[in-house]
Design a protein around this ligand. Structure first.
Ligand SMILES: [Fe+2]
Length: 297
């Protein structure tokens, strides 16, 4: 195991951040308040004050945890989200689920922001796209790749339950969430305000369980035991979305997810009868992703 990972016992209790989705800039009352403050003669708040409060230069998440830089990036062909997180002071950064087709965009952003990328981590061995983690390693000296030890893939760092992936003063904790694949993991921020759920939990959905060691019962248990035990306000950032949704919360998914609100037996019945076509790239992607995307390159 690489030295950048610290093996820890899983967190069992929420370290609460008082983060309320209803208080963000999408709220109409909040927007009206900001609008009044921006109006000439309406009070003492300056434009800079409002921008500081709003913190929406790139993403509403940016200023919620002190010293955390966060970017959600999108790859259009496989509808994959890639996440870039960094410590704004030390500039140490990690990237989650980078895609081969967007490697230049991602590394350009890393470069522009002056970040030092230390780990490229995959939530699981993807079937629908090829990871860029292997190629990134060739382009960034010292970069480590990481994936679950149960994925069957090779990488510099093989992750287990409770491991920490640090970047500066921040870290993500590994929670094993098998079911979509054996090696699926969810990464949870130190304050339990963000969870990167890969294909285990999607917004109002979940990953399919009909290939790559898929197991509907396991997925149901993983989500209920490892994700739905997080605080309601914890933001859910999945690996994909196909209709333009970008973020959810644990509370929302616990209440509204059409599959996970069912009993386990009903869930298994649903998952066993999805009759989905095979992903276009599965025969290329899976072998490639077992070697950090470098198969045949
Ligand atoms: Fe997947």
């Amino acid at each position: 195991m690489c030295s950048v990972i610290t093996r820890m016992r899983p967190l069992h209790r929420a370290v609460a951040l008082s983060l309320r989705l209803g208080a963000n800039a999408e709220s109409s009352s909040y927007a009206a308040t900001q609008s009044r403050r921006l109006s000439p003669g309406s009070g003492s708040g300056s434009v800079a004050d409002v921008l500081r409060l709003n913190a929406r230069f790139y993403c509403s998440r940016t200023a919620r945890t002190e010293g955390l830089l966060f970017r959600q990036l999108f790859e259009v062909e496989s509808c994959t989200y890639t996440y870039l997180l960094a410590d704004t002071n030390t500039k140490e950064a990690i990237i989650i689920d980078p895609v081969l087709e967007t490697i230049d965009r991602d590394l350009n952003l890393v470069d522009e922001l002056g970040l030092k990328l230390t780990v490229a981590v995959n939530t699981h061995c993807h079937a629908d796209h090829i990871t860029s983690s292997g190629l990134m390693k060739k382009r960034i000296a010292g970069l480590k790749s990481a994936i679950s030890k149960f994925s069957g893939a090779t990488a510099d760092i093989l992750l287990s339950e409770g491991d920490r992936i640090p970047f500066g003063k921040h870290y993500l904790t590994v929670r094993e969430t098998p079911g979509h694949t054996d090696g699926c993991t969810t990464f949870v921020s130190a304050d339990e305000s963000m969870a990167f759920t890969g294909d285990s939990l999607l917004i109002r959905g979940c990953g399919r369980t009909d290939f790559q060691q898929g197991c509907a019962k396991c997925l149901y248990d993983s989500i209920h035991d490892k994700i739905f035990t997080l605080p309601d306000h914890c933001l859910i950032y999945p690996a994909h979305d196909y209709i333009g949704q970008t973020v959810s919360t644990v509370g929302e998914e616990r209440k509204f997810n059409p599959r996970l609100t069912k009993s386990k037996d009903e869930f298994v019945e649903i998952m066993n009868n999805l009759n989905l076509p095979k992903p276009d790239k599965i025969d290329i992607s899976v072998p490639a992703n077992l070697v950090c995307g470098l198969h045949g390159l």
